[in-house]
Design a protein around this ligand. Structure first.
Ligand SMILES: Nc1ncnc2c1ncn2[C@@H]1O[C@H](COP(=O)(O)OP(=O)(O)OP(=O)(O)O)[C@@H](O)[C@H]1O
Length: 230
């Protein structure tokens, strides 16, 4: 038994609903600190609903779950912003604010999460942009960046509050294969530095290139698969 590892996520007998429709049931799984875990499954199999449950967008009404120290079952509306500070969420469509440049996008998030000291903010922004290879692009507006660059900025944004877990929902879904690999390398790097990552993806080429623990949504269940069965 491995008692040394910190559990970042644990779900027991969880069911996920979209309104009254059961999307997933009997979900039992855990993720340890430092793991890189894929979540795969066909369109409509429940990957996004699963992710939404983890970041408090869908309430956990059945079963029990804890994530980065928060009890998902008892989660109150007012706890959600604090939970999200301990999670870095990355989406397929980047979700950068189009009316401000990269630096301003990042400052916006820092301010919204309680940062006040200008010097510390600037230092943090430089640090996260450096991590994703975008240090020189802070003055650019989102529309002046390629899709891959925008996603790297979105990953930098996810890193701002040193999250314990990064939830990436189809982060390469809008990118061409080569750019996908570049973004994946950034995520791999971040994981090698100790950050835990759960990534929903359709991209089997990435799975083959960067094999790792894989969970599959299928038939309203989530289970671990070995790669040859993927
Ligand atoms: N807001 C919603 N209201 C009602 N039903 C929803 C809602 N969002 C998703 N669903 C349904 O829940 C099921 C799971 O959808 P979900 O988006 O979680 O799947 P997914 O695996 O992420 O698919 P994709 O890969 O296409 O994003 C689908 O049957 C979908 O129609």
């Amino acid at each position: 038994m491995n008692q040394d590892k910190n559990q970042i996520l644990e779900l027991r007998d969880v069911a996920v609903y979209q309104r009254e429709n059961l999307v997933l049931s009997e979900v039992n799984l855990s993720i340890d600190e430092g793991e890189f875990v894929y979540l795969i499954g066909k369109t409509g199999s429940g990957k996004s609903s699963f992710m939404k449950t983890l970041y408090g967008d869908l309430p956990l009404t059945q079963g029990s779950g804890s994530i980065v120290g928060y009890d998902l079952k008892g989660l109150k509306e007012k706890d959600i912003p604090f939970l999200r500070r301990k999670l870095g969420v990355v989406f397929q469509d980047f979700k950068l604010l189009p009316d401000r440049n990269v630096n301003e996008n990042l400052i916006f998030v820092l301010k919204a999460t309680g940062w006040k000291d200008k010097e510390k903010m600037n230092k943090k922004i430089e640090e996260v942009l450096d991590k994703v290879g975008m240090k020189t692009k802070g003055f650019k507006f989102p529309h002046q960046l390629s899709g891959g660059e925008q996603q790297r900025v979105a990953i930098a944004r996810a890193l701002l509050n040193d999250p314990e877990l990064i939830l990436a929902d189809e982060p390469t879904g809008n990118l061409d294969p080569q750019t996908s690999v570049e973004v994946m390398k950034v995520l791999q790097d971040i994981n090698k530095n100790g950050r835990t990552i759960l990534m929903a993806t359709h991209d089997y080429a990435l799975l083959l290139k960067y094999p790792s623990k894989t969970l599959k949504c299928d038939g309203s269940k989530v289970f671990e698969v070995v790669q040859k069965n993927v």
